[in-house]
Design a protein around this ligand. Sequence first.
Ligand SMILES: Cc1cc2nc3c(=O)[nH]c(=O)nc-3n(C[C@H](O)[C@H](O)[C@H](O)COP(=O)(O)OP(=O)(O)OC[C@H]3O[C@@H](n4cnc5c(N)ncnc54)[C@H](O)[C@@H]3O)c2cc1C
Length: 596
Amino acid sequence: MQVYDAPLRDMRFVLNELHQDDGFGDLPALAEFTPDLTDAVLEEAARFAREVLLPINRSGDEEGCHIDNGVVRTPAGFREAYSAFREGGWTALAADPEWGGQGLPETVNKLVEEMICGANISFGLYPGLTHGATTAIESHAADELKQAYLPKMVSGEWTGTMCLTEAHCGTDLGLLRTKAVPQADGSYRITGSKIFISAGDHDLTENIIHLVLARLPDAPRGVKGISLFLVPKYLPRADGTPGQANGVSCANIEHKMGLKASATCQMNFEDSTGWLVGAPNKGMEAMFTMMNTERVSVGVQGLGVGEAAYQAAVWYARERIQGRSLSGPKRPDLAADPIIVHPDVRRMLMTMRAYNEGCRAVGNWVSRAIDAERHSEDAEVRQHAADFVALMTPVVKALFTDYGFETANLAVQTYGGHGYIRESGVEQYARDARITMIYEGTNGIQALDLVGRKLPANMGRLLRTFFHPVSAFIEENGGEGPLKRMVEGLQQAFGALQLSTAKIAEKGMKDPEEAAAAATDYLRLLGLVAMGYCFAKAAKIAAAKLAEGGNDAAFYQAKIATAAFFFDRILPQTSACFLAIKAGKKSMMGLDEAAF
Ligand SMILES: Cc1cc2nc3c(=O)[nH]c(=O)nc-3n(C[C@H](O)[C@H](O)[C@H](O)COP(=O)(O)OP(=O)(O)OC[C@H]3O[C@@H](n4cnc5c(N)ncnc54)[C@H](O)[C@@H]3O)c2cc1C
């Protein structure tokens, strides 16, 4: 059964308690967003997710999107839900007030995104991509374009897309063929076909604004010859209302494994009018603004689905009775005990819980840095925060989505055969979560970004933003009690990370394939250390709160229990990562290609 209820207590914990000493300082620009205010936003978002988005999650999966007389139709209830979402001001939550946004901190926005995707990830894609598109327009477009498009996109009247992929080019965008021809009036004519375009067409809004990668005539080959264009579905009239159709059409909707209520479209642009965003041949830079925003958001999508899957699994593990507890019957009044008594079921539930709480804690840490990068008054802090965000973006994207899928898969396993049957609703989570590991750059590409670009950047400066707080925490917290064991575990894993970093730097310098062969294990290792750091800090705070007394003891006890499980059962994965990195590329690349 799909039972999503936003984990508000844990969200308040990461937001208001866990990262107060994160080194990014106070942000006066965000001072008006007091805990009381942000709490009210989170409560209302949780209600919206539970009451409006959750009820159309399963029906949306069953019905999917379809084309009706050339128009893409979303499943029943999506139009009404989107109108309510827009009227509630949710599309404008984190946008700049200059364009009608509410300017809420990213720390709060990402928690709201988690709720939306936990309740209904397909729905989340429509406003999610719009947010990414507005970020790119805001950072790179000319003023007239900003004035004409941003207010309508921020208010949610119009949605946005990102049109990169073509049939022959996904990861390697240097191969793309869509053309842009300059016109005398300063506009461009765009012609080409894109595939897999999320929210490429739909019936939720009166206009759709596409950000399209294309090549100018005589552009250099490869990624150095790509430019970015803004192409509306309908050309706005002088009064801003949508006017003439602009040669943009949806040729087909992709038939997918999951995410069925999100319209993934094959889009044709035929002599469509567009305007350049950013400089000619610098489209990748502009697009990266959008992609980086989206990459963190896709990580949060994985976490959202993971949380929903966990909640469904807990619900079922309490309901389903099979077998007796090995330590004696727990419900002698029933024919058997609920399966939650069995160690293997506990293993699954605790694993899911630890992944979710760990990712939420790391995600909030990164969100704080995003806020500091935007709003700190101190240039050094802004640079420090930007370095940390750049380092952690591929980690958030890949780690959270790997674990989101694993969590969904564990939920299916918790349900046994019933999990494989559609009625249970949990197999949808596995199908929906799977794509998050692929789009916005596959997780393998995220790992290459981390190892190939982020580690060597500025002589390791980015990495130091992560290494310094972790090593300082280890030094300051050698203490006694349960924390001692956790800090020792963290220290060991951190040591493995430092050694792996040195090994990759040394071997990778001589042979780039060595660095590439280590990349996925390295990303996992770094992500686990980040989670370990957050869990150790969380356990320390929880222990202090318990010592103080108060009426929230159950939450803090559970936090320590989850942290203990993480250190016993999940952090040891770092040893396997270390050994794999140490082994190098030899056995991975040794088999002759012809032997496959
Ligand atoms: C549901 C859905 C929604 C999508 N939404 C959008 C959207 O809104 N806009 C958009 O533009 N695109 C979108 N995409 C496309 C998506 O971003 C691409 O599918 C993805 O980037 C991978 O490209 P590809 O499918 O062509 O795989 P390929 O690039 O062919 O990759 C195949 C495999 O090879 C690996 N690989 C490729 N190159 C390398 C390399 N250099 N080193 C190591 N490994 C490599 C990849 O990691 C992958 O495992 C969507 C896709 C789907 C399925």
